[in-house]
Design a protein around this ligand. Structure first.
Ligand SMILES: NC(=O)C1=CN([C@@H]2O[C@H](COP(=O)(O)OP(=O)(O)OC[C@H]3O[C@@H](n4cnc5c(N)ncnc54)[C@H](OP(=O)(O)O)[C@@H]3O)[C@@H](O)[C@H]2O)C=CC1
Ligand SMILES: CC(=O)[C@@H](O)[C@H](O)COP(=O)(O)O
Ligand SMILES: [Mn+2]
Length: 391
C-alpha cells in the first residue's frame, strides 16, 4: 500500500485526490493510505480531512492558523507542523512513499526539491514549480533516480501516450491542447472591461481561481508549454499548441512517421490524479465513460497569440531561459492576485507579463536562491507598477 503526503489537500486537486483515495480503498494492496496533509490556512476543511483520513502529521503554512489547528485536534494523535519548514518536513517523513504536490504557486518549489532529495515518488500538479525551477527540479529528480509523474491533464495525457514509445529519437513533437478559455474568439477591443467573475467561468473545468484566470489569459498554456519542455526534455520548437474547445482530447504526440497518438476522456481531473497515484497500474474509476457519439464533432483551431499575449511571453521566456521563466511566473502570480482583488484590469496581466519577458535580464540558475530572487524582483516590479506596496 502506497503512503501519501498530499500538499494542498484543501484545494481543487487536493479534494479530488482524496476522492480518488476513497475510491481505490477497495483495491487492497493498491490502495493509498494518507500519511500527511498540508494546506495554507483553511483549517476548517483540514480538520475534517484529519478526522476522516487520520494522517500521522499535517502542515499549515500560516503560523496563526497552525496554532489554532493544534488546539482543535489535541484529542487526536497527529503532529501539526507550520510554515515552509513544516511543508518540507512532511515530504521527508520516513513512512511517506509518494508526495502529491498540489499547492498553487511557486511556493511549491522547495517542498518538491525536498521530496526528490528524500527519494520520494513525486506526483506533480503544481506546474509553477517546473516553470520557475525546471532545471533544478529535473536535475534533482535525475540525481535521485526519481521519475516525475505528471498530474496536469495535458502532461498526464502525453505521459500516457509515451508509454508505448520504443526510443526517444522516434518522437517528432508533442501537441498540447488548450480549451481557449471563456474569451475564445474575442479580440482586444472586446476584452477591456473583464471582471473576475467573467474570467472565472471556465468552459469545461472546475478549478482553483488562479489556474482558471490563467486559462482565460492563455498564460496557463504558456506555463504548460514550459512544464512540457522540462518534463519531456523537448526543445520549444518541438512543442505545438492547438485550441480544442471541448477538452476531450487532452493532448497528443507525433512520431517521426507522422503517426499521431492522443489520450481522450471526459474532462475530470480524477483520471490523471488516479493514474499518478496508481502508476503504472490502472483501476476502476467513478469518472463517466467517454461516449464519442454524444459529441458528434470535436473542434480544433490555432491559438490567437495576438490577443492572448501571455502565451507568447512564456515562449519567449523559455527560449531566453535561465531565471527569466521564474520572473515571468512571479509577475503573473502577482498580477493575477491583484486582478482577483479588482486592483488591476484583465488586460494589465498580459501587459505586465510581457514587460517582464521582454525587458528583464536573465541569469543562469545555479541554486534555488537564484529562482527566488528572480521571482521576488518580478513581484516587486508588478506591485510598484500597480501602486501597491510590497508586503
Ligand atoms: N484544479 C485543477 O483542475 C488543476 C490544477 N492544476 C495545478 O495544480 C495546482 C493547484 O491548483 P488548484 O487545486 O486548482 O488550486 P486551489 O487554489 O484550489 O488550491 C490550492 C491549494 O494549495 C494550498 N496552498 C496554497 N498556498 C499554500 C502554501 N503556501 N502552503 C501550503 N499550502 C498552500 C491551498 O490551501 P488553503 O485552502 O488553505 O488556501 C489549497 O489547498 C496549481 O499549480 C494548478 O495550476 C493543474 C491542472 C488542473
Ligand atoms: C485541467 C487542466 O489540466 C487545466 O490546466 C486545464 O488545462 C485548463 O484548461 P485550458 O488552459 O486549456 O483552458
Ligand atoms: Mn492543464
Amino acid at each position: 500500500m502506497k503512503k501519501l503526503a498530499l500538499l494542498g489537500s484543501t484545494g481543487s486537486i487536493g479534494t479530488q485526490a482524496l476522492d480518488v483515495v476513497r475510491c481505490i480503498q477497495k483495491e487492497g494492496e493498491h490502495a493509498v493510505k494518507v500519511e500527511a496533509l498540508a494546506a495554507h490556512s483553511n483549517i476548517r476543511l483540514l480538520e475534517e480531512q484529519i478526522r476522516e483520513f487520520k494522517p500521522q502529521a499535517v502542515a499549515v503554512f500560516d503560523l496563526e492558523a497552525a496554532s489554532k489547528l493544534r488546539a482543535a485536534v489535541r484529542d487526536l494523535n497527529v503532529k501539526v507542523y507550520s510554515g515552509m519548514e513544516g511543508l518540507c518536513a512532511l515530504t521527508e517523513l520516513e513512512s511517506v512513499d509518494i508526495v502529491l504536490n498540489s499547492v498553487v504557486g511557486m511556493v511549491g518549489l522547495k517542498p518538491t526539491l525536498t521530496a526528490l532529495e528524500a527519494k520520494k515518488q513525486m506526483a506533480l500538479a503544481n506546474k509553477e514549480t517546473l516553470v520557475a525551477g525546471g532545471s533544478l527540479v529535473m536535475k534533482t529528480a535525475k540525481e535521485n533516480g526519481i521519475e516525475i509523474l505528471p498530474v496536469d491533464s495535458e502532461h498526464s495525457a502525453i505521459f500516457q501516450c509515451l508509454q508505448g514509445m520504443y526510443k526517444k529519437c522516434d518522437l517528432n513533437k508533442i501537441i498540447l491542447t488548450a480549451s481557449g478559455g471563456p474569451f475564445f474568439g474575442k479580440k482586444a477591443g472586446e476584452l477591456q472591461h473583464i471582471r473576475p467573475a467573467d474570467a472565472l467561468k471556465h468552459p469545461n473545468w472546475d478549478m482553483g481561481a488562479k489556474v482558471t484566470i490563467d486559462s482565460s489569459t492563455l498564460m496557463n498554456k504558456g506555463l504548460e508549454f514550459i512544464e512540457a519542455k522540462w518534463l519531456f526534455d523537448m526543445e520549444p520548437d518541438d512543442i505545438d499548441v492547438v485550441v480544442h474547445r471541448e477538452s476531450i482530447v487532452h493532448s497528443l504526440i507525433e512520431y517521426k512517421d507522422h503517426s499521431v497518438i492522443a489520450q481522450l476522456g471526459v474532462p475530470d481531473m480524477r483520471i490523471p490524479i488516479q493514474y499518478a497515484l496508481t502508476y503504472p497500474r490502472r483501476f476502476p474509476s467513478p469518472v463517466k465513460q467517454l461516449n464519442l457519439a454524444d459529441w458528434q464533432k470535436l473542434t480544433f483551431y490555432a491559438p490567437d497569440e495576438e490577443t492572448f499575449t501571455c502565451f507568447g511571453a512564456c515562449k519567449r521566456a523559455i527560449r531566453r531561459g535561465g531565471t527569466l521563466p521564474a520572473a515571468v511566473n512571479g509577475a503573473n502570480e502577482a498580477a493575477v492576485a491583484l486582478f482577483l482583488k479588482e486592483k488591476i484590469g484583465w488586460q494589465d496581466i498580459g501587459e505586465l507579463v510581457c514587460h517582464v519577458a521582454d525587458t528583464f535580464e536573465t541569469a543562469p540558475v545555479t541554486s534555488v536562491e537564484d529562482v527566488l530572487e528572480a521571482d521576488r524582483k518580478a513581484r516587486a516590479y508588478v506591485l510598484e507598477r500597480c501602486g501597491e506596496s510590497a508586503r
